[in-house]
Write a protein that binds this ligand. Sequence first.
Ligand code: HEC
Ligand code: HEC
Length: 266
Amino acid sequence: MRRPMTRPMTRIAVELALVAVLAAPLGALLATIGPGSARAQEDAVEAGEELFLTGCVSCHGPGGVGTDQGPTLIGVGAAAADFMLRTGRMPLAVPGQQPPRKEPAYGDEDITYLVAYVASLGPGPEIPDVDPERGDMAMGGELYRENCAACHQAAGSGGALSYGRHAPSLHEATATEIAEAPRIGPGQMPVFGPEVISDSDLDSLALYVLQLDDPADPGGLSLGRIGPVAEGFVAILIGLGTLIVVARWVTRTRRQRLTEASEPRP
Ligand code: HEC
Ligand code: HEC
């Protein structure tokens, strides 16, 4: 009678232990996605609203409804807010001017709060989950030449557009900003939705554009990458110049030796 009793007892003990081991991480997981994180999200939105009321409301209006100084922010999404704040475009200093890229006015944490607040105003594009390491360089080059080079130039150095506006250089943009810009279409830039540039295309595009900052120069000096014509021209100038100097030096030393030789010896 004794042995059959202990077996189920130990089995129950083992099962209980297993349940305890499994329940611990499950509980932790539930805590992060449960009411705890909803509360953290609410706190972030609240902190963001406070910052909004001091730094943004004068142009974007209460609740982000817009004024004659700034557009509505309802439905622009986390991506637009994150892009505008991380590239330092917002808060705008001079209304009416194309917002330039500058040092961000807010720290990381405050940006997270402001982004949470703007995102809470209405559904819009989320911050893309981009990873250049998942991208394909050749694919990125193709996408870039097809969709971006017309305005940002082949080397990403930027260029003039109509009405005194310009497409900025892409050399300072981070991977996330490179992925956000097509999704939100800032200023004169068009929106490229996922039907034109898919999420995995964004990985390739980011990989390619980041590489434009520091392309491995395939032979020769880069000379600011102004092109092979300029490089050839500089080569001719330097080459000819050197030849002339050498030729003059050779003839001068020869002439010197000749005059020395022809001088009467004392
Ligand atoms: C002096 C006025 C002004 C202030 C202050 C200002 N903005 Fe703006 N904001 C603008 C204008 C004007 C635009 C449109 C810029 C453009 O399209 O070239 C804009 C655009 C935006 C956009 C993009 C909207 C879209 O349609 O994609 C976001 C997001 C934004 N602002 C957020 C903010 C936040 C957050 C703050 C506060 C930290 C702020 N702005 C402060 C004037 C302002
Ligand atoms: C019609 C011209 C045009 C095209 C096409 C275009 N852009 Fe832009 N882009 C702009 C303009 C204009 C801005 C500046 C917007 C503003 O703030 O006023 C910009 C800004 C950007 C920025 C922000 C750069 C920074 O450092 O602040 C990035 C990144 C960017 N574009 C990436 C792209 C990518 C990637 C493509 C192709 C998928 C693309 N753009 C296609 C005109 C264009």
